[in-house]
Write a protein that binds this ligand. Structure first.
Ligand SMILES: [Zn+2]
Length: 255
């Protein structure tokens, strides 16, 4: 049964609008490796017909999946796993130097079914904003750059939160980042694209063409959702702008 928890234990007394967070504890969690504190947030969609179905799945020990929070289409925020614990939402993949993303992140699922739903509900996005504001306020080690999509860290396997997720609007609120100052770089050059993608945070396990095409796809899903076809000057300029303004790791610039 959901338990109404106005003034949840984490909510700062300074907050103007207290977050309403409902509780639906899931058994699917463990300890964060070395008891690290989360440095990032991973956003997902559930790809299930209803939030009840998603909660049931994330609460079934056999499924071995969970997330810290689920936000339904009406904006109701449900917490399944304590933030101090390691929820099982990210799976295999990496972002920058982080390989065990579950240990280092907070996972938020959005109730959304990509083959039916088009835009995300305003109430759902408003609750997401409020939850992210609250998380950033409580956890200064998480910065807007570190709020990413599941697809960003698992380009071979995942496409959520998908092409309709409004990353630009999130960035306008200071809750993510957006490439500004994109130069029209006329040269299309895969090594330069890959180098800048690595600086921004994307990772390819084996440096294969297939992996890089997946990275190109998920990068476009987030930053250039209308872009199709071969690597283009706008892809180049956008990735270079991201790497310049939002470098994840400093790597040798000799490539
Ligand atoms: Zn996901």
């Amino acid at each position: 049964m959901d338990l109404l928890a106005i003034g949840f234990q984490y909510v700062s007394a300074l907050m103007v609008d207290a977050l309403k967070i409902f509780q639906s504890p899931s058994p699917n969690f463990g300890n964060r490796r070395d008891y690290v504190t989360p440095k990032m947030v991973v956003l997902h969609y559930t790809a299930m017909k209803s939030s009840d179905d998603a909660i049931a799945r994330m609460s079934d020990p056999k499924s071995e999946v969970s997330a810290h929070y689920l936000i339904d289409k009406f904006g109701k925020i449900i917490q399944l796993v304590d933030e101090q614990k390691r929820a099982w939402h990210a799976g295999r993949g990496c972002w920058g130097e982080i390989n065990d993303v579950n240990s280092h992140s907070i996972g938020i699922e959005l109730d959304y079914y990509p083959s039916i739903d088009e835009s995300f509900d305003k109430r759902q996005l408003s609750s997401l904003n409020n939850l992210l504001f609250d998380i950033l306020k409580r956890r200064p080690e998480i910065i807007p750059k570190s709020i990413i999509g599941h697809s960003d860290m698992a380009p071979e396997r995942k496409r959520d939160p998908g092409k309709n997720f409004p990353w630009k609007k999130l960035s306008d609120k200071g809750l993510s980042i957006w490439p500004e100052n994109v130069l029209d770089n006329g040269d299309v050059d895969w090594p330069i694209f890959k180098h800048n993608a690595n600086i921004f945070g994307y990772r390819s396990a084996n440096d294969t063409i297939e992996e890089w095409l997946n990275i190109l796809n998920v990068f476009r899903l987030r930053f250039l959702p209308e872009q199709k076809g071969k690597l283009s000057p706008i892809d180049m300029g956008t990735m270079i702008a991201l790497a310049k303004d939002w470098p994840h790791v400093k790597i040798n610039n000799s490539q």
